[in-house]
Each structure stands twice: as C-alpha cells, then as structure tokens.
Design a protein around this ligand. Structure first.
Ligand code: HXC
Length: 260
C-alpha cells in the first residue's frame, strides 16, 4: 500500500522497506511533539502493513536530529511536563516488531541520539556526530540517554558524554559499541537499504523473535533471559519457516519463507 503523508517527515515504501526521513532540515530536524506523533504513527503503520518487512529511519540535510526542539521546550514548565509525561510517547516505538535501522547521516544529539538508540541496528555515516549535550542547557537527557547510552557504551563513556556534553565522531561511536557500522557518507542510504533488504529476506517471525529476544536481554537477569530465549527457540520449531529453512539448507537451495 502507499504510506500516509505527514507534516514533519517523508515516508516512502519501496521493495518491502519503509523509509522514514525526518524532514525539518531548517531546524536540524529538531524533535517537537508533531515529529513524535508523525514518526510513531508512521512506524506503527509500517509495522502493521503486510507489504513492509523492515524500516529505515534517517534525517534530511546535515542532521539526523539535533535533539528535542529547544525553541518548543524553552517555555515548558515542570507542571506541564510532568502532568503530560512529556516525551513518554516515544516509547510507542518499542512496540514495533519489525526491525528498525537507523541510518545516522549527521548530528545525532540529545533526543536525536536517543531516537537513534531506539532503533535495532544503528549505522553511521563518516560525518555522524553523537552526543548528549543537555547539560549545556541546564538539563539532562530525558528520552533514554542516561539509560540506553550507558547500556550501549558503559558508564565511563556515558558519564563522559553526558557530563561534558561533548560530541563523539562516528569512529569513536563504532569503537564504543554505539553503532554497528560506519560507512561512506554518500553510500549511507544504499548501505541501510542493503541491510534492510537482507533482513527483509528472512522469515518475519524469526526476525521479530530475534528482536524480542535481544531486547529481553536489557530487562532480565541472565538465567531468565536464557530461559526466555530457549522458549522462543522452541516456539520457532512450530513455524513453517523453520521447516522450510532447514529443508532448504539440507537440499542446498534458497529458502522460500512465507512468514507462517
Ligand atoms: C531547535 C534547533 C536545534 C534544536 C538546531 N536548531 N538544533 N532548533 N532545537 N535542538 C536550529 C538552530 O537554532 C538554527 O536555527 C538551525 O537549527 C541551524 O542550527 P545552527 O546552530 O545554526 O547550526 P550549526 O552552527 O551547524 O550547529 C549545529 C549544532 C547546533 C552544533 C548541532 O545547532 C546545536 O548545538 N544544536 C543544539 C543541540 C542540543 O543541545 N541538543 C539537545 C537538545 S535537548 P535558526 O533559526 O537560527 O536558523 C534534548 C533533550 C531531550 O534533546 C529530552 C527531553 C525530554
């Protein structure tokens, strides 16, 4: 099907891949509440669309996203933020079961870095810059920076970035384990599409189970996580795609997965 149109993002469906492009380049794709509504709605729609098997998230211009919209936030007071649970809506992305690939094309700062960390696979252009500069504004990360960044790169680097507000380049981000791959700037989207196409060629049940299992690692002690993984593995034996995948291996041919 064709995607809906949105105010702050571009959405394109092609070859089973939904590409969501943050599209407020004049403000370096600052994340205001409309962006939150648009991105989460587009991701949910792509997740629900039977023709879509993977999602790419990227930004137009020189930023992935330079953070929450400081102009919108500058008049935000405690009572409003607290009562409306400001930015909690981003957690709707956690409900997306199809793989999300963040293609970080430039600045990923504050909420931008936090949004990238909500994706499943992060790849970065050589021009990408990551950071949690909220401290420079007299605040702190509020969309997961202190939590997801710490889990991704450990206390030493997370404290360094969050307390100094400095930026780290793509090479340091890969070395630290924040991103999976760094690629040439001009081939970023091509590389993201190639990864998405590879992921899209698998059984959607298997890829969703992989995503579920890896994410459980962040929520459970080891033995519980191992038990959870084992049960999902047992469940995977009930799928046609398991029979097909293993038969294809034995018969030395390509599997024809049916997501069943
Ligand atoms: C609103 C922003 C913005 C932001 C940039 N712009 N970042 N507007 N919110 N987060 C706007 C600028 O005001 C400017 O608008 C235009 O985008 C271009 O930006 P410049 O600063 O002129 O570009 P440049 O000199 O290249 O510097 C790039 C930059 C810088 C280093 C990325 O823009 C910057 O430091 N941005 C803020 C980064 C930040 O602090 N992010 C964290 C936000 S707090 P005009 O109108 O002048 O052209 C956050 C909290 C999350 O994310 C949790 C909340 C719950």
């Amino acid at each position: 099907s064709t995607p809906a149109t949105y105010e702050t993002i571009l959405v394109e469906y092609a070859d089973g891949i939904a590409t969501i492009t943050l599209n407020r380049p004049d403000s370096l794709n600052a994340l205001n509440l409309t962006v939150l509504e648009d991105v989460t709605a587009a991701a949910s729609a792509a997740d629900a669309d039977d023709g879509i098997r993977a999602i790419i998230l990227t930004g137009a211009g020189k930023a992935f996203a330079a953070g929450a919209d400081i102009k919108q936030m500058s008049s935000l007071d405690f009572a409003t933020a607290y009562r409306k649970n400001w930015f909690a809506g981003w957690s709707r992305l956690d409900d997306v079961s199809k793989p999300i690939i963040a293609a970080v094309n430039g600045f990923a700062l504050g909420g931008g870095c936090e949004l990238a960390m909500m994706a499943d696979i992060l790849i970065a252009s050589e021009k990408a810059k990551f950071g949690q500069p909220e401290i420079n504004l007299g605040v702190l990360p509020g969309m997961g920076g202190s939590q997801r960044l710490t889990r991704a790169i450990g206390k030493a680097k997370a404290m360094d970035l969050c307390l100094t507000g400095r930026m780290m380049d793509a090479e340091e981000a890969e070395r630290s384990g924040l991103v999976a791959r760094v690629v040439a700037h001009d081939s970023l989207i091509e590389e993201a599409e190639s990864i998405a196409a590879t992921v899209a060629s698998k059984s959607l049940i298997a890829s969703s189970m992989v995503k579920e299992a890896v994410n459980v690692a962040f929520e459970t002690p080891l033995q519980q996580g191992l038990a959870y993984e084992r049960r999902l593995f047992h469940a995977s034996l009930a799928t046609n795609d398991q029979s097909e995948g293993m038969a294809a291996f034995v018969e030395k041919r390509k599997p024809d997965f049916t997501d069943s």
